[in-house]
Design a binder for this molecule. Structure first.
Ligand SMILES: [Zn+2]
Length: 232
């Protein structure tokens, strides 16, 4: 399995996961040209992308979606709510509607939808697995809910986004409504909340990604189990 954070943070999110000839993108939140430039730097051929999965409709997750998917004719998997919220004239032959807790096979990979709390119409996170290794992309989380805990417990590679320091947010320049939006359970996890939910549910080993975004890698003594009950 290969993983690359092509872009992360409020300027745009785009994550690449591959096994052999099968690759998927989670979100395309930077424009097509920048996706291609960053892929080239990482030695990734954009034509290897077999499917795009979209977590939700906020601009920093869909900015490059239309142009990239059209150029490479890549199928797009997203919930109806995300589609409606995105308001993009996506080519209908590329659009596939999913439930937020769906499992979709893409070659050797299976992509699992994980419903989440966030101020979007029908958002979900995604775990990509080959049946042995689980790679989890968990951004834009309003709460460290049971789904988040379950994913942390079963991830081998985990990207868990935290968004702010609570004291800095409260004393900072944002208007009151925006402060509440960010920390109100439907926005983002604070650094402290993310650390707490991670520490309480992690298994063994931690690393930090090259991109400054925390990525926590866990190792199991034996084979990794894929254990996502349908109730997720
Ligand atoms: Zn968002």
């Amino acid at each position: 399995m290969k993983y690359c954070s092509i872009a992360s943070g409020s300027n745009g999110n785009c994550y690449y996961v591959a096994k052999g000839d099968d690759a998927v993108l989670i979100d395309v939140g930077i424009n097509r040209k920048h996706v291609e430039l960053r892929m080239a730097r990482a030695g990734i051929d954009p034509r290897s992308v077999k499917a795009i999965f979209i977590t939700h409709e906020h601009t920093d997750h869909i900015r490059g979606l239309m142009v990239f998917s059209k150029r490479y004719q890549v199928p797009i998997y997203l919930t109806r709510g995300t589609y409606e919220g995105a308001r993009l004239p996506l080519p209908s032959h590329l659009v596939h509607f999913i439930q937020p807790d769906d499992r979709i096979k893409v070659g050797e990979l299976t992509v699992l939808g994980i419903p989440k709390y966030h101020d979007a119409k029908e958002p979900c996170s995604f775990v990509v697995t080959d049946g042995k290794v689980n790679i989890s992309i968990m951004t834009d989380l309003g709460r460290g809910c049971d789904n988040v805990k379950h994913v942390i417990q079963h991830s081998d590679v985990l990207l868990l986004e935290s968004n702010y320091d609570t004291e800095m947010l409260l004393s900072g320049p944002y208007p009151y409504y925006l402060k509440n939006r960010i920390r109100g359970g439907w926005g983002h996890l604070s650094n402290a909340e993310a650390l707490q939910v991670f520490v309480e549910n992690k298994t063994i080993q931690t690393e930090t990604s090259d991109f400054g975004t925390p990525v926590w890698r866990k190792q199991y003594g034996g084979a990794c189990k894929v254990c996502f009950p349908s109730s997720l």
